[in-house]
Design a protein around this ligand. Sequence first.
Ligand SMILES: Nc1ncnc2c1ncn2[C@@H]1O[C@H](COP(=O)(O)OP(=O)(O)OP(=O)(O)O)[C@@H](O)[C@H]1O
Ligand SMILES: Nc1ccn([C@H]2C[C@H](O)[C@@H](COP(=O)(O)O)O2)c(=O)n1
Length: 669
Amino acid sequence: MFTTEFLDVPALRAVQGRVRLPGSKSISNRVLLLAALSEGATRVRGLLDSDDTRVMLQALAQMGCGVRRADGRADEVLIEGLGGRAPASPTRLFLGNAGTAMRPLTAALALLGGEHELSGVARMHERPIGDLVAALRRLGCRIEELGQPGFPPLRIAEAAGVPPLALDAPVRVRGDVSSQFLTALLLALPLAAREREVTVQVEGELISRPYIHITLALLERFGVAVQRQGWERFVIPEGSRYQSPGEVLVEADASSASYFIAAGALSAPEGGEGLVIEGLGLDAVQGDIRFVEAARLMGADVQGGSGWLRARRGAWPLKAVDLDCNHIPDAAMTLAMMALYADGPSTLRNIASWRVKETDRIAAMTAELRKLGAAVEEGADFIRITPPALAGGWRAASICTYDDHRMAMCASLAAFNPAALPVRVQDPKCVAKTFPDYFETLFAAARPARAVPVICIDGPTASGKGTLAAALAARLGWHYLDSGALYRATALAARQAGVALDDEAALARLAAALPLRFEAGRVWLDGRDVSEALRSEQTGMDASALAPLPAVRAALLNLQRGMARLPGLVADGRDMGTVVFADAPLKVFLTASAETRAERRYKQLAAKGISANIARLRDDLQARDARDASRAAAPLKAAQDALALDNSCLSIEQSVQQVLDWWQDRQPF
Ligand SMILES: Nc1ncnc2c1ncn2[C@@H]1O[C@H](COP(=O)(O)OP(=O)(O)OP(=O)(O)O)[C@@H](O)[C@H]1O
Ligand SMILES: Nc1ccn([C@H]2C[C@H](O)[C@@H](COP(=O)(O)O)O2)c(=O)n1
């Protein structure tokens, strides 16, 4: 997951290949709660591992359910249900910003009894729950609002047990604010239906019906067959009790799939099979699968079967639409992004629920789409988007994401703009709510519209190149190439194989097939951790000795260029800016006085417990610099367009900030 302050998504041209998406959030949290309320143990596979499911799992564990993660698998968990036992009490449950945890847990705990406090992040305390609380109070449940009336945090005050419930009349609940209120009651009320039938009556027009469809399908999976009479009345039969089905496989998230369907539709046609999405198909139980119909209306070419979808460009530009999106409120945000590429204004209607989601999504989308160059009109329950005029109307923008995962994922779709402008996504880690690896998944499938951006840091030995480059990569969320490690690894491999350091052909063969792996800050050569051996002074000298050989340099060239992957690369070495990435948009030639460098290397060695002599170190590094600078092939020198940075008197942070400032100066936002 990208935990950087912002993520610059380079302009994208196409997506290709296959992506596997994480499990559905709606299904994951429903299944977890049902498993917790059931008799017996349930193995949940394909579970979404995200903020919202983590808070649910934590709450279930606090309630006294058995929660055991499968070894080494974030997407599999074993839940030992309460099966009629009372939950642990008192509890204080923190539910983040997970509506799919707050609403159903409120209802379930009100019917299970005990003393429980349910709270969340600030935004959760602005998301309505009053209608559900009112319905539960009419039943007789004791619930207190601890902050604003109608909003969390809440206290369930039933330490003395669940009061007698008023079940003679139907349980009434509003259906026009959030369908989660009805879902919460449908999940909880079977706990009260052992000895009598329970009826739920919906007041007002029920929104987001597909989510109720998921709820009903999952209730049935856990042994409770609710009779639905239209979308107004739901009857839970007498004798209902939850029984674990043993194992449940969660299908991939259909709302998450919408971004990849859209990306396929925006993708330049490159002759391939388009983008294949694995883990859900046209037969998916989730309502957002109907996003496929909407995407097709806009011209996307979407095919599918059971467990797979394939998306690619159909009509181009996309066709403008005027759509009622009540049935796909979450995925409709993706349509708003597709509207930027349409042949006229598009209107998305009946989306009032956007205003009470993670943020006011109508207001947020309006503000951010305008930054991109679109003309946007917003109403209480609609948004109308007029796309930017051809390529010239697009603007490079820094998109605010409002701690809303869908705003962040949507923003990435602006990177397909015809002007080939990059897009800055603020606070990319907010995708953790439902899709922590969203950007990694997108980048693995995406083809950039232009060369992947590279920042080159070249300079003499011990000038701090590696330190600076690694820090920059971490701040930007980019990949990092320590090109010196490749020369060092070749030298190590040569020593191990008994190859002389002047045997150019044999060294080139070794370099071309280096069994090298970079993983979690360690370097592995042929399965052996060589991180320490690689950094020894002797290995550095050996690397410098073989580095002048043209065949060795040629053998390592493609390996280095292949490291330039989305979203960007910071590369350090001697010839990054002059040879390997000669077109890089930012090149820095980093220097420090020989005394400073020798002193830094001395301290570096001392920290590792290696004794050294500063004067000798200075002589050695000067000798190495002289050899690196005087060789014929790709000598150590500043590229003509490199910016010089002498960091003798700068701290590491000052150096990093300087280069970040230079990089920012080159950005269009
Ligand atoms: N600006 C700085 N101020 C103080 N110390 C620094 C600074 N930059 C780097 N250092 C320290 O100098 C030492 C050498 O830095 P580093 O290993 O990054 O250099 P390098 O140029 O990559 O070396 P090599 O050429 O051997 O790969 C490290 O201990 C690092 O923490
Ligand atoms: N791009 C590069 C990187 C490194 N080398 C050679 C020259 C160096 O002395 C040696 C070790 O590099 P270090 O790890 O100290 O950066 O490798 C090179 O020629 N070109």
